[in-house]
Write a protein that binds this ligand. Structure first.
Ligand code: GLG
Length: 825
């Protein structure tokens, strides 16, 4: 081993020579190859291994400091963590990026090439999972004691291919060739009971004892991913549970000669963490999904309790002082009855004492008002999988109903509305209600969303417990979403205002005074142009489409959903195309419309919209009459690492959901931070972005929440818009022809039907004209180079509020009540 690589103080930052030696050492000793034979994948792994040595040292010190200071910690329970790639982020956070890139260069390797070798860790669907990833970055950066808990899915979100315009799903295998960041912790394995029945026993003191006899037990194996804070002081952990059959699982069957049956059970146990459900904002009601949720909650709670007991033994009185658990949506809500079970059945605390602890531990974040996304489980399903938990849920509800009766005596309507149990053909357990009742704080994710949570979703809960429902506006980590993904802009900012902004994003405000400065405008827009060139290269490579970097890059990247209205964007593109066909001199700044979106595999209309975008793209891109004024690009397999390339290259950010439907959005923040101008509705965090940047620096259009409400009330008739606006009629009728799908008339008709016959639930037609007007305003603004540059600079300058550090600070002050912990050597 190279003597320098094994420094006595491994946590002091490596210099270039040491880094080089460390990489070569890992190439030789960890990977069994050498500098001549190694391919990019091997170089990537060796580089990761070289960094990991530093990271693990930081992790060890962090854990030691947290233990000796007996810190209160937040435990972020989330079924999804959309981490993306870790190499460049870890290098940036450790301040080693330039060192590493220089070291690799001397070894004849380009760091940007090996970064491309890393598979995305796509253990999430969209905003909710990415938010969790940004939050753990901020928690570590702010030196707060925190653990992320989730599921170690073998297959993350599917890989999307586009075949003849249509989405095809392929399995994602992010760990096929090993993952250099994760560490298996067999010493912390947990066991999770499932199925079976509950026995009621009567103890000596007359106390009723419940004993759950599970039908099977599965094993939870923890994998730890170190989470490096910016400047590398605190290294927290993301602990993900992998399921496996338990060692003594069904020994009886096995011994009785049932070898095959025993093996079958094994396969089932392993299935639990096999695959991420690919639905964003809908609930499938699948048994396996509930098992997944219980599996990771049970493992995580037992892990927390094990750690607590190491310091406090059986004294539960301090548990709620040391532990706060944030439930990321209702996916981990089953943790509430699970903690009650552990406290009442296992620790033998009485109910009130247990409930007192439990309701001081949990806090819940609501991410959506969409009814189809509010989780409900059939009571029968819970009874089958978790018979004791159903009893506990009934008991929680029984006591809660008594409380409701005190506030609204004999009001059965309110009781039915607030009950955890929804009566009907099939009794359902409402996980949102359970979460509100079992938590001490509930938050929405943007001002407007939180207001609607109070007024529309949970008004009676707000009346019952004033102050419990609150807001924490989402945020994004500027380390990944500016510093790492847009190195050129970061360097320009560093030069202009210093380099403190990544951990104090309000510092970007100092850029505002240069917004009118011609020289700075030029530099700022030159960086944008360079980034557009990089994306144009990517587009050429992946789709063989040539785009003009002087055109407006107009970007809509997010899951495909009717409420997000990618089809509104599409209808506008078709309208522009028509205008050009009717008038070849139609005056417009050339535009490249760029999309990235995955549709849930079972969401038919979402897939139809992807198909339509691709078909319209084919036609327009190959129509010489368009004269390159419009290009339409659908980049397949949208994911974190692709977002990192698209966002720095965007001029226009499409945030066009129906008002009241997008709880917050976080892509809107990432794009604005990188100098893209938003065209958006007054929805989610767009409202707060508009407040920050001012009306002159954003293009707002469409109905407000109140107007949407009013229009619904008085009866919305999409046909009125169809008959009154000839352009709407023309583009919708166009969808019915075979113009975009030669030989296949009607292939795109489902979109027209959804907008007319099925009532246009998301009011696309109502907002169409105002959207077109906003697009004309954008076209005009872009022609004035100085005005556009100024707007872009102001957008970047005014994004301070949207750092996830600010979100975490809000959580800490309003909900978690945590203190930072300095890490000692
Ligand atoms: C949800 C919402 C988004 C929100 C995100 C994070 O739909 O509007 O930004 O959570 O809070 N399912 C989601 O992505």
């Amino acid at each position: 081993m190279n003597a320098k690589a094994a420094k006595t103080q491994p946590s002091s930052p490596l210099d270039k020579a040491e880094f080089k030696a460390a990489i070569v050492k890992h190439l030789h000793c960890t990977l069994g190859t050498d500098e001549n034979k190694a391919n990019n994948h091997a170089w990537w792994k060796a580089t990761c291994a070289a960094i990991q040595a530093q990271v693990l040292e930081g992790l060890r010190k962090t854990q030691k400091s947290h233990y000796f200071n007996d810190t209160r910690a937040v435990h972020y329970f989330s079924a999804e963590f959309l981490m993306g790639r870790l190499l460049s982020n870890n290098l940036q956070n450790l301040g080693l990026f330039d060192v590493a890139s220089g070291a690799l260069k001397e070894l004849g390797v380009e760091i940007t090439d090996i970064m491309e070798e890393e598979p995305d860790m796509a253990l999430g669907n969209g905003g909710l999972g990415r938010l969790a990833a940004c939050f753990i970055d901020s928690l570590a950066t702010m030196e707060l004691p925190a653990i992320g808990y989730g599921i170690h899915y073998e297959h993350g979100l599917f890989r999307q291919e586009i075949k003849s315009g249509a989405q095809i799903e392929r399995p994602d295998s992010w760990r096929d060739y090993g993952n250099p960041w994760e560490i298996c912790r067999p010493e912390s394995i947990q066991e999770v009971p499932l199925f079976g029945y509950v026995e009621t026993k009567y103890g000596e003191s007359g106390r009723i004892q419940k004993e759950w006899h599970p039908g099977s037990i599965v094993k939870g194996i923890p994998w730890d991913i170190p989470v490096v804070g910016y400047e590398g002081k605190t290294v927290n952990v993301l602990r993900l549970w992998q399921s496996d059959s338990s060692d003594y699982f069904n020994w009886d069957v096995f011994n009785a000669g049932g070898y095959v049956d025993a093996q079958r059970e094994n396969v089932q146990a392993e299935t639990i963490s096999k695959v991420l459900y690919p639905n964003d904002e809908t609930e499938a009601g699948k048994e396996l999904r509930l098992i997944q949720q219980y599996f990771f909650c049970s493992c995580s709670l037992k892990d927390i309790i094990r750690r607590y007991k190491r310091a406090h033994g059986d004294d539960w009185s301090r548990f709620a002082d040391q532990v706060v658990i944030q439930l990321n949506d209702t996916h981990p809500a089953i943790a509430i009855p699970e903690l009650m079970r552990i406290l009442v059945d296992r620790a033998e605390l009485d109910w009130d004492q247990a409930w007192g602890i439990s309701t001081k531990v949990f806090a819940y974040t609501n991410h959506t008002l969409l009814p189809e996304a509010l989780e409900k489980w059939p009571a029968r399903m819970i009874e089958k999988i978790l018979p004791r938990h159903l009893e506990i849920i009934y008991e929680i509800n029984h006591r809660f109903m008594a409380e409701v009766d005190k506030k609204w005596p004999s009001d059965n309507r309110i009781k039915a509305k607030l009950s955890i149990i929804e009566e009907g053909n099939e009794k359902m357990v409402r996980m949102g209600h359970l979460s509100v009742i079992g938590s001490f704080a509930v938050n929405g994710v943007a001002e407007m969303h939180s207001r609607l949570v109070k007024s529309d979703l949970f008004p009676e809960f707000d009346a019952l417990w004033p102050g419990k429902l609150t807001n924490v506006t989402n945020g994004i980590t500027p380390r990944r979403w500016l510093k790492a993904c847009n190195p050129e802009l970061s360097k320009l900012i560093d030069k202009k205002i210093g380099s403190d902004w990544p951990k104090d994003l309000y510092k970007l405000e100092a850029l505002e005074k240069y917004a009118d400065n011609k020289a700075f405008q030029k530099q700022f827009m030159q960086v944008k142009l360079n980034n557009k060139q990089l994306l144009a290269d990517e587009i050429r490579e992946s789709l063989d489409i040539e785009v003009d970097v002087n055109a407006i890059f107009d970007v809509q990247i997010k899951r495909l959903h009717e409420y997000k209205r990618q089809h509104l964007n599409l209808l506008h593109i078709m309208a522009l195309y028509r205008r050009l066909l009717e008038n070849p001199d139609y005056d417009m700044v050339p535009r490249v419309f760029i999309f990235g979106a995955k549709a849930a595999p079972g969401y038919k209309l979402a897939k139809d919209i992807i198909y339509a975008i691709n078909k319209v793209a084919d036609k327009i891109n190959n129509d010489p009459r368009v004269n390159n004024k419009i290009k339409v690009v659908f980049l397949p397999n949208y994911r974190v690492s692709l977002a990192e390339k698209m966002i720095p290259a965007s001029d226009v950010s499409e945030q066009i959901s129906t008002a009241g439907k997008e709880a917050s959005g976080t892509g809107n923040m990432k794009l604005a931070l990188n100098g893209a101008i938003t065209v958006g509705t007054l929805d989610g965090a767009n409202v707060e972005i508009a407040e920050e940047v001012g009306d002159d620096n954003i293009f707002i259009f469409g109905l407000t929440v109140e107007e949407v409400h009013e229009l619904k009330e008085k009866g919305y008739k999409p046909y009125d818009y169809y008959y009154r606006d000839p352009e709407i009629k023309a583009v919708l009728d166009w969808l019915e022809t075979d113009y975009f799908t030669p030989g296949k008339p009607g292939a795109l008709v489902s979109i027209k039907q959804s907008l007319l016959d099925h009532g246009d639930q998301y009011m696309v037609l109502a907002d169409f004209r105002s959207y077109c007007d906003a697009q004309i305003a954008i076209d005009e603004a872009y022609r004035d180079k100085a005005r556009w540059a100024k707007m872009a600079i102001i957008n970047t300058a005014k994004m301070g509020k949207f750092t996830s550090d600010r979100s975490i600070k809000d959580y800490v002050e309003r909900i978690w009540k945590l203190s930072p912990c300095k890490i000692e050597n």
